[in-house]
Design a binder for this molecule. Structure first.
Ligand code: ATP
Ligand code: MG
Length: 355
């Protein structure tokens, strides 16, 4: 089993270090770690935010554990040299088209949610967002018009693109509560009409999954009104960008949530993927030991589950995180005073207690 570890910038290295401590505590046999530069640090050391050797290292691995990229000192660089290009490059070069973002309420932390505690407690959903298509990648430009400069962005999805993300979502639903909500805007968009028809066609292959459809405006409303109704949500790149942030916000802290980006490539043990916290490099708190490493540690749990086929270890990590949070070892983002390292240590202790 090979993991490429790309800690990146800002709090990326701090939170990744804690995730590696947890990995170490699992004492997995035959595990090899490779570490590479990515983001601002890679630009400074190698002149490119995604050096060829980092990309090769990621390709050769069964999974990538990613920290965060972003560096205020790089803000004035031309776009292709900015740290953020590294994650976009990794996703497209590695063919990662499915972004999975679980959002679940943590017991005892309901008051962090902007929702009523009883609603927050009921959240246990997964947003599956398509990553490689939609309006982000269509033709775009600027032209003159009677109303002055006019910007345009081409939105498109073809059946093959919809099919592969829908398969990922159906399979994810099979492993959960077997309910899939496909979100679109089929009443006005042609892309959404193709999307919906294609998802419906596939449903026959997954008779055990209950499928429903929702317009995106309604889905946004339902997410805050009764989030407990959702199990898996599948949607396109643009709607997914918005809904996944909204779902995360419903749970509470940004320092707690993990994500996976998966493609079609399988490994000896599962599906190749890249795993990262949903938060960024947080330059405002970098180097101060204030970052919450839980999102990075839960990203490691997702890595073990999806790419290395180690469900039991993933479950153990998730239980240790929950136990640590309810024993009130909490960072500043959760109103506590524990440092990054103390939170990591506490999770390792809980992990060892359940060995
Ligand atoms: P980027 O451009 O890298 O995405 P950003 O500033 O847009 O960075 P984040 O890095 O996600 O977004 O940070 C948003 C806010 O959340 C910041 O105030 C940051 O300090 C806080 N934050 C982010 N991650 C954590 C964490 N793991 N623990 C505590 N606070 C965090
Ligand atoms: Mg950000």
């Amino acid at each position: 089993m090979k993991i490429a570890v790309l800690p990146g910038d800002g709090i990326g290295p701090e939170v990744t270090r804690e995730a590696l401590k947890v990995l170490d505590a699992l004492a997995l046999p035959q595990l090899t770690l490779f570490e590479g530069d990515v983001g601002g640090i890679a630009y400074k050391r190698h002149g490119h935010p995604l050096p060829a050797e980092t990309l090769e290292m990621a390709r050769a691995a069964d999974a990538v554990l990613f920290g965060a990229v972003g560096d205020p000192e790089c803000d004035t660089l031309p776009r292709e040299h900015r740290p953020e290009q590294a994650i976009l490059g990794l996703r497209s070069e590695l063919g990662l088209f499915a972004n999975l973002r679980p959002a679940a309420g943590f017991p005892g932390l309901e008051d962090l949610s902007p929702l009523k505690p009883e609603l927050a407690r009921g959240i246990d959903l997964l947003v599956v967002r398509e990553l490689n298509g939609d309006v982000y990648f269509g033709d775009k430009g600027e032209r003159d018009s009677a109303g002055g400069r006019e910007g345009w962005d081409d939105m498109s999805y073809n059946e093959a693109e919809v099919r592969r993300i829908a398969h990922s979502a159906f399979r994810a639903a099979q492993k959960r509560r077997k309910k899939l909500t496909s979100v679109d805007k089929a009443n006005v968009l042609e892309t959404s009409r193709i999307w919906r028809e294609t998802v419906i066609e596939l449903a026959g292959e997954y008779p055990d999954v209950e499928l429903d459809h929702m317009y995106v405006d309604n889905a946004a409303m339902q997410l805050v009104r009764s989030p407990g109704q959702f199990d898996v949500i599948v949607t396109g790149n643009l709607f997914g960008d918005i809904l996944s942030d909204q779902a995360s916000a419903c749970v509470g802290s940004i320092g707690l949530l993990a994500s996976a980006s998966l493609g079609e490539r399988t490994t000896e043990f599962g599906t190749f993927g890249l795993y990262e916290p949903i938060h960024g490099s947080a330059p405002d708190i970098a180097g101060q030991g204030k970052a919450n490493p839980v999102a990075a540690i839960l990203s490691l749990a997702m890595l073990l589950r999806h790419s290395l086929g180690r469900d039991a270890d993933a479950n153990r990590i998730e239980r240790a995180v929950a136990a640590s949070l309810s024993s009130e070892v909490r960072g500043a983002d959760l109103g506590g005073s524990a440092s990054t390292q103390e939170i990591g240590d506490a999770i390792v202790r809980h992990l060892q207690a359940t060995a």
